[in-house]
Design a protein around this ligand. Structure first.
Ligand code: SF4
Ligand code: SF4
Length: 185
């Protein structure tokens, strides 16, 4: 039989409801579950401090699988999405003992997956142009005035579907074979 609480005693407060999904504190992702850094290459590039440099960054971003990363300080990189031939399906390096120094120097505590500050990654030309308009408005205006940026509507439209191309080397070799010997060669 239910009993009434004794007069003058407080009913204990109900326990707080548990959230449906508990957010866990962020921990370091182990390389064995990741392998992200084995699926691209990067190269340093000039920061966008002039019209030619800004239009070059736009040009990088016109290409599939190419992105541009800025560390929010002095470093700008162009990043090409491409899988290392030694990155196995089990996410392990098949030449681990003989991997290059660039792989040895990569610090899993400071990589893009685990670093506290990821910088800024531009995937599409419109993202970069928007950033330029906000952060470098005079350069943005000069770039537009130079005629080296397409219309905003075209830039924001999804890329048109294209037929796949044969590999570059195959096209290059076929095109070279089309040429006749140059006079004097
Ligand atoms: S270093 Fe970072 S990005 Fe590379 S595999 Fe390890 S966790 Fe992933
Ligand atoms: S050599 Fe090994 S560690 Fe380096 S990118 Fe290739 S798979 Fe990754």
């Amino acid at each position: 039989m239910p009993t009434r609480p004794a007069r003058g005693r407080r009913t204990p407060a109900p326990a707080p409801l548990q959230p449906a999904v508990q957010l866990l504190p962020r921990t370091q992702v182990p390389c064995s579950l990741c392998g992200l850094c084995c699926t691209y290459v990067t190269a340093d590039i000039h920061p966008p401090t002039s019209v030619p440099r800004a239009s070059r960054i736009l040009w990088y971003l016109y290409h599939d699988g190419v992105s541009v990363w800025w560390d929010r300080a002095a470093t700008w990189l162009v990043q090409f999405e491409t899988r290392c031939r030694f990155f196995g399906d089990d996410r392990r390096c098949e030449i681990y003992a003989r991997r290059p120094h660039v792989c040895r120097d990569f610090d899993p505590g400071e990589c893009e997956v685990n670093a506290p500050d990821e910088g800024l990654l531009f995937h599409a030309p419109a993202q970069f142009l928007d950033w330029l308009a906000r952060r470098r408005p005079r350069l943005h205006a000069r770039l537009l005035a130079s005629g080296q940026a397409p219309d905003a509507a075209l830039l924001r439209a999804p890329p048109a579907p294209r037929k796949p191309l044969p590999p570059y080397l195959q096209r290059f070799t076929a095109l070279r074979a089309l040429g006749t010997d140059k006079v004097g060669d």
